[in-house]
Write a protein of this length. Structure first.
Length: 164
């Protein structure tokens, strides 16, 4: 069984991952409504991925005989100014998640909970990928500019990232 402090932080991380899923669902909807179907599809798929991150944490809690205790999930933002605004906010959000994961890793290591430390290495790698992905999209949107043609091409590029 895990230490109470670790269980609490893992439970907190589950809520953060579920919040991210809800945020990306809202962003997806905004994109679809504003004609960015590629970005809408991408963010919809990414919402599923965030949900799977929460599920992975819940599974770990279950495997260690630790109780899942969910807190309320805050209502995510749903109004955005532009496609660039959406992806700037996804990038900022991923930076917050990385900070949270790093704090959890640090706690596990300091408490000599090497099993949890090892389990969290997947999240460390995942966050590196997430930051790189969203920073790249954000940068490409900035480079392309805000003309209708540029935004159409960016939306097609983002759609290509889904593999569909």
């Amino acid at each position: 069984m895990l230490l109470d402090e670790i269980v609490k932080k893992l439970n907190d991380q589950v809520v953060k991952e579920m919040y991210a899923s809800n945020l990306y669902l809202n962003m997806s909807s905004w994109c679809y409504i504003n004609g960015y179907d590629g970005a809408g599809m991408f963010l919809f798929e990414h919402a599923k991925e965030e949900s799977s991150h929460a599920t992975k944490l819940i599974t770990y809690l279950n495997e260690t005989d630790s109780l899942l205790v969910l807190k309320a999930i805050d209502k995510p933002e749903s109004n955005f100014n532009s496609l660039l605004d959406v992806f700037e906010k996804t990038y900022e959000h991923e930076l917050k998640v990385t900070k949270s994961i790093n704090e959890l890793v640090d706690l596990a290591f300091s408490l000599k909970d090497y099993s949890t430390f090892n389990f969290l290495q997947w999240y460390v790698s995942e966050q590196h990928e997430e930051e790189t992905l969203f920073r790249g999209i954000k940068d490409k949107i900035s480079l392309a500019g805000s003309s209708d043609t540029s935004l159409y091409l960016i939306d097609e590029y983002i759609k290509g990232l889904t593999g569909k």
